[in-house]
Write a protein that binds this ligand. Structure first.
Ligand SMILES: Cc1cc2nc3c(=O)[nH]c(=O)nc-3n(C[C@H](O)[C@H](O)[C@H](O)COP(=O)(O)OP(=O)(O)OC[C@H]3O[C@@H](n4cnc5c(N)ncnc54)[C@H](O)[C@@H]3O)c2cc1C
Length: 496
């Protein structure tokens, strides 16, 4: 075992979030070590659609170039299909986005490296700049990551190593203080020390239990991913959401020839591929629900039987810096939500931008000043809440409605679609919330319960005069269900 230099910061994990916080802190003059177990291009089905709120955070971090030269596809909103009906949801106006930027959480802080973000931004073509609406972007997750990694590696204050962090090291005299990590590099164990360790080790984080052993992720369902080749989509440059009696299906183009399809699977256990259950579900329930023009590419993908499943987990964030000092969780190791709304990277990148601002040397000169660090982490916990409460609660609530498996949820699902059909604020509000542009929990509350009451109203109309008594009973059940699927999550997100 060898003892290496002491760094200001160790970042564990070079996925989506790790390189951004490492780069931001290095640009503030900190000496940063970033540890990743595998620097080669990952091939994953996660993190392929970045919402406009995430694009903005990436700009804020001075790393917008990471979406360059990867044949990324710009995204202008959503296409939602419910049975035979279709509704188009456009992302919000840029003007609204300017007024409500989540990146303005700490308005008076500017990155030292801000100038770097002006150059070479392929998607900031005239077309992009002149579009009056904000945009999202879809890409190969692996290629996006490789751009982020190239950027962090090029920072003069950054040292990078390939190895697996195996243990968090604590001060012998005061074990509440984290002093670094033990890393397995080839077959050797190395000790790296730092004033601050930031763990961005993702969904299966080894280290989140160091902060709070009781806060464990809950698997709600699975997503099964397939890659479609040269798929025809009814509305290109949009995320496609297909609703019906099946669990929700998501489709978005990730490169000129490839399109991702994620099919939700209502199970808390991974779907077995050893029998035909999954194949039959995809063939019998998913295929007929898809838009006609998309079906041929799906059929081809189905025949390859190359299905990849990922768990959809929920994990509320805990307050950091109190009991364990010198260790911060960021990204999926801190907080997870349902991927249906594609909010994970937006939360992670906004958290990264906010944390970097709060750790700027003008606020905390020495990162081992635990008193100030605890204060800044408390501010971090408070300031991240608005955006994160919106994206996390919305993801869980929408999934519950869209994967409806009981009558009250089906009423809510139908009502939600009909609410979108109304247009105006009934679209701009929800899509502004989902895109990470409107970080207002009360707005989410208003829209959610407007959907619930509208769903009840629509159900009364559908049932007619004769069905009034049934509709009345269903009204109580629906409002009760709406409260149960929504308020505990919003409460957890805002209060803890
Ligand atoms: C099915 C699915 C689809 C999703 N789709 C989207 C989407 O379209 N849009 C969106 O915004 N979000 C999406 N998400 C969420 C998104 O992928 C995550 O929020 C995001 O990747 C989190 O970034 P991260 O850096 O925290 O973790 P990751 O990106 O997973 O990075 C973790 C990194 O840490 C490394 N690592 C782990 N342990 C160690 C260790 N011990 N030592 C060294 N290195 C280590 C890993 O190799 C990896 O590189 C999806 C999630 C799922 C499950």
């Amino acid at each position: 075992m060898s003892v290496n230099d002491i760094y200001d910061v160790i970042v564990v994990g070079a996925g989506v979030v790790g390189p951004t916080i490492a780069t931001a802190l290095a640009r503030q003059g900190r000496r940063v070590l970033i540890i990743e177990r595998d620097w080669s291009t990952p091939d994953r089905i996660v993190g392929e659609l970045l919402q406009p709120g995430g694009v903005k955070a990436l700009k804020d971090l001075g790393m917008i170039q990471a979406i360059n030269n990867i044949e990324a596809i710009h995204v202008t909103g959503y296409y939602v299909k419910y049975g035979g009906q279709i509704v188009r949801l456009d992302y919000p106006d840029k003007q609204d986005a300017m007024k409500t930027s989540p990146a303005k959480l700490v308005p008076d802080c500017v990155f030292d490296g801000n100038d770097k973000m002006k150059s070479d931004y392929t998607l900031s073509s005239k077309d992009w700049e002149e579009d009056e609406r904000v945009r999202g972007v879809a890409f190969h997750n692996g290629e996006f990551l490789m751009n982020l990694r190239a950027m962090v590696k090029s920072e003069p204050n950054v040292t990078w190593v390939e190895g697996t962090a195996t243990k968090i090291l604590r001060d012998e005299e005061n074990p509440s203080i984290v002093t670094g990590v033990l890393v397995k590099q080839n077959l050797e164990l190395k000790t790296y020390s730092a004033k601050l360790t930031i763990s961005c080790d993702g969904i299966y984080s080894k280290f989140r239990k160091e902060l709070c052993a009781e806060n464990v992720p809950v698997v709600g369902s699975y997503f099964v991913g397939l890659k479609l080749v040269d798929a025809k989509l009814p509305m290109p440059n949009r995320g496609h959401v297909i609703l019906g009696s099946h669990a929700p299906i998501l489709i978005y183009q990730i490169s000129p020839h490839e399109t991702r399809i994620l099919c939700a699977y209502r199970s808390t256990k991974p779907p077995s591929q050893t029998n035909d259950e999954l194949y039959n579900y995809l063939r019998d329930e998913v295929l007929p629900a898809l838009p006609k023009e998309t079906q041929p590419s799906f059929e081809k993908a189905l025949e390859t039987r190359k299905f990849r499943a990922m768990p959809n987990q929920y994990l509320p964030a805990v307050k950091q810096g109190k009991e364990t000092k010198g260790l911060i969780m960021l990204g999926d190791s801190l907080n997870m939500r349902h991927p249906l709304t594609g909010g994970g990277m937006t939360v992670g990148l906004n958290d990264s931008a906010l944390l970097a601002k709060l750790l700027h040397p003008r606020y905390i000169e020495d990162l081992d000043n635990h008193e100030i660090l605890t204060k800044q982490l408390s501010t971090f916990h408070k300031k991240r809440k608005n955006l994160d409460a919106v994206l996390n609660t919305l993801s869980i609530a929408l999934y519950t409605l869209f994967a409806a498996d009981k009558n009250a949820l089906m009423i809510l699902q139908k009502g939600c679609f009909k609410y979108f059909v109304l247009g105006g604020d009934c679209v701009s509000g929800p899509i502004g919330l989902l895109s990470g542009i409107l970080p207002f929990p009360m707005l989410l509350f208003n829209h959610f319960f407007s959907v619930a009451f509208y769903a009840i109203y629509c159900n009364f109309i559908d049932r007619g005069l004769l069905g009034f008594p049934i509709a009345l009973i269903e009204a109580f059940d629906t409002i009760f269900t709406a409260i149960i699927v929504f308020t505990p999550y919003l409460w957890k997100e805002l209060v803890y």
